[in-house]
Write a protein of this length. Structure first.
Length: 111
């Protein structure tokens, strides 16, 4: 979490800081969603490349690589991983919303 550049001493400064933090939270949420989409779209290939990171030369190794690639590119597996990522993103969004609510509630109590 980013530290304040200067202390917040006034209500106006507090409101500006809350606004800045909300923008930052929104930016981070968008970035997380973009990265999750990238992972969801490329999971099979990335996993395949991380497991089989060398050049294949024999026919047996090539057959194993093709079989593994088909397993990782399986639509049902991708759907399952997509559901997991959606669940993760929902939880992250809920956490951000709770944080924003706490900040808002604290602001209202301090007023």
């Amino acid at each position: 979490m980013a530290k304040l550049k200067k202390p917040v001493n006034t209500i106006t400064a507090l409101e500006k800081e809350i606004y800045r933090l909300r923008l930052e939270a929104r930016r981070l949420q968008d970035r997380l969603e973009d990265q999750a989409d990238h992972l969801r779209q490329n999971f099979g290939g990335m996993t395949y490349n991380s497991i089989f990171h060398r050049t294949y030369q024999s026919g047996t190794e090539m057959l194993g690589a093709k079989l593994t690639e088909r397993i990782w590119n399986n639509e049902k597996l991708q759907d399952g991983l997509g559901k997991i990522m959606d669940h993760f993103l929902d939880k992250a969004a809920e956490s951000i919303e709770r944080f924003a609510d706490k900040v808002k509630e604290k602001k209202e109590n301090d007023s």
